[in-house]
Design a protein around this ligand. Sequence first.
Ligand SMILES: [Cu+2]
Length: 160
Amino acid sequence: MLKRSLMLSSVVAIVSGCASSHGMQATSSRAESLPQRTEILAVADWNKIEDVRIELRDQGFLPKKLKLKAMQPYRLTIVNNGANTHYFNAPEFLRGIAARKVEVKGQAEIKAEYFSQFEVMRRGGEMELYFIPVTKGSYHVHCHLEGHAAEGVEGTIIIE
Ligand SMILES: [Cu+2]
């Protein structure tokens, strides 16, 4: 029982806040509206899902740059192989996608309209994001813990 609850706590999903805040207004031109996203998720062919993976290491993200195709369903596995806990902090990217769910295998599925960042615990923390890229662009992803981005724990995701 204790082991199960520890595993569940190895990933923390942070859901972004109120959609009517000023921060949202500033970025809304890049984001698709919620009805559009709901429609995109509903008509997607999830049998054509493609697997992609980002490894969080203390020396940096692997790969450093990830290219995705707009409107293609993906399962992105984010795994932490570092000695430190790391963040996948990507509010702009996560507003540019239609998110179906986050899954912690065998433990939990988290459904939300928007995510802004994920914290993946050290050595072995793992989660899967099921989504469809929508808004084309180049997005910076980083870990905001002290000094980590400067040490290379950052990367770029391109939707084309
Ligand atoms: Cu970090």
